[in-house]
Design a protein around this ligand. Structure first.
Ligand code: MG
Length: 265
């Protein structure tokens, strides 16, 4: 099931994507509330997907947890950026946080900060948490998952290196595009994660290449932080990260979910 958050006129609501009964395209079945909190009661209203503005499918009230260096080929390329210190794959998932003010939705602008000289895309699979969880074992970690979406862990690489920690470099407003919707069922064994800039393929990986699996990541994060409904975990980026400049359009596509597109200004 695919769940979007959208604006139609003055209304902001959630909806379930559904084929129109007359076969004329995709519609949204409007939900009465936030499905993470209140389930799937509908209002009975149906809207054409093409006639609404999609928003970020979730605004975390609590946190976005990022996982650094979780694809081996990306660990290798980061060796050049960080001067050799990043050459080894971490033995346990490396965590960082992004503020919820960094979240934007599909087609929203990624705004390049004037103080950053090199801003890069990191296309990633994002996990949306559906229930409160603490100290989960990996075997039960998927019980906490509501669904999955596409994310761009936009990063000011020069500031990441200069600061030595990542809060500012990854935390600017607009640096966490999410969307276009949440897919509640996803085969995690070999889902392609691809990033294109102006239509050109820049990153192409698969969840089969993850150093730490999705359940391992969730279990690990839940040892540190209580996971709350609506929290988002970014699962790491494959090789091929590179610069974004004003005028670019960047697209993150995860197989089985869809594509998240954002202009850069
Ligand atoms: Mg990342």
């Amino acid at each position: 099931m695919r769940i979007a958050r959208f604006r139609a006129g003055d209304t902001i609501a959630f909806g379930v994507l559904d084929e129109a009964e007359d076969g004329s395209g995709i519609e949204l079945v409007e939900l009465a509330g936030d499905p993470v909190a209140t389930g799937y009661e509908t209002t009975g209203r149906r809207l054409r997907l093409a006639e609404v503005r999609l928003l970020a499918p979730v605004i975390p009230r609590s946190k976005i947890v990022g996982i650094g260096k979780n694809y081996l080929d990306h660990v290798a390329e980061m060796k050049d950026v960080t001067g050799g210190g990043g050459a080894e794959a971490p033995t346990e998932p490396l965590l960082f946080l992004k503020p919820n003010t960094s979240v934007i939705g599909p087609d929203d602008d990624i705004v390049l900060p004037g103080i950053a000289e090199r801003v890069e895309h990191e296309g990633e699979l994002a996990v949306v948490i559906g229930r409160t969880a603490k100290n989960l074992p990996a075997e039960r970690a998927m019980e906490a998952v509501f669904g999955f979406t596409c994310a761009n862990d936009v990063s000011a690489r020069d500031l990441q290196v200069r600061d030595g920690q990542w809060a500012r470099a990854k935390g600017f407003d607009t640096f966490c595009p999410l969307g276009p919707w949440i897919e509640t069922e996803l085969d995690l064994s070999d889902a392609r994660v691809e990033t294109r800039v102006n239509g050109e393929l820049r990153q192409s990986g698969s969840t089969a290449q993850l150093i730490h699996s999705i359940p391992q990541i969730i279990a690990h994060v839940s040892q540190a932080f209580t996971l709350l409904p609506g929290d988002v975990i970014l699962t790491g980026t494959p090789a091929g990260v590179g610069p974004l400049v004003a005028g670019d359009t960047v697209e993150v596509a995860v197989e089985g979910i869809g594509a998240l597109r954002n202009p850069v200004v």
